[in-house]
Design a protein around this ligand. Sequence first.
Ligand code: COI
Length: 332
Amino acid sequence: MKIIAYGIRDDEKPYLDKWSEENPDVEVASTGELLDESTVDQAKGADGVVVYQQKPYTAAVLDKLGSYGVKFMSLRNVGVDNIDADAAKRNGIQVTNVPAYSPEAIAEFTATELMRLLRRTNTFDRKIAHGDLRWAPDIAEELNQMTVGVFATGRIGRAAIRIYKGFGAKVIAYDIFHNPELEKEGIYVDSPEELYAKSDVLSIHAPATKENEHMLNDDAFSKMKDGVYILNPARGILVDTDALIRALDSGKVAGAALDVYEDEVGIFNTDFGSFDKIPDERLKNLIKRENVLVSPHIAFYTKRAVRNMVYFAMDANKSLINTGKSDKLVKL
Ligand code: COI
């Protein structure tokens, strides 16, 4: 049995090597290159592919995989929004993801960024760097006095809720699917609008779907409390960036922590050499603001998460090849 892993980064390689050692029945090939039309030929002769990339898995690539008889594709991440689902189905390609490599990694990072916003650390860091050690006017707020609205209560949302509760915040949530435990606690509100109206902090943990593109737009912001904080460690496309900038300018939004950005592909996880060379003026506008924390999609980036992404994806691919089954199959 042969599996080829695409887009393997240096930090993933030791885990892939270890998995390979522990699975001597599998021939493992790997490349640092992403899966696209120029690299798909490397999958010829393999039984399955293991992938992670933000770039689309296009119909042309999936058609080729299908023509090589490669019917099993295992993603090392959660999000499946960059797969051409029709092409995968047409080629009979079964897809797995890693739904939970470390929900806590993302939740902890999101809470860290929220605390940085509330305690004005970005502003203080900048002041201190210039020798300004004064307190005023940068007085902070306390999370234990606030209501946090969690949008989507999947694994990451629930991990975030545990942390917010630990700080003593009041937590409310919106999701189409109600988690039975949270339901018992009476945490759910009935609509996104109700969540917007009642939250001091909005913590977004929804996957990207066709329906929720730009769900945080001018209309949504207008329904929120004045001075709301926005946390988006989920998907850039959920937030209409222009609307967010308008809401920051007007003061409607007091601060935002963005680990994702709608135009991040090709920009995040790249070294441009200097701030000026970042090729996106809108992103630079956001980064320059003291009350906005932009990070390059790093909430997931911990040793445990990276290890689990490699291991769980390889295990799922092997299981699909061996049995045609996996508990991580995705319904596209
Ligand atoms: C995902 O798992 O879908 C993520 O967003 C994290 C990714 C950058 C590896």
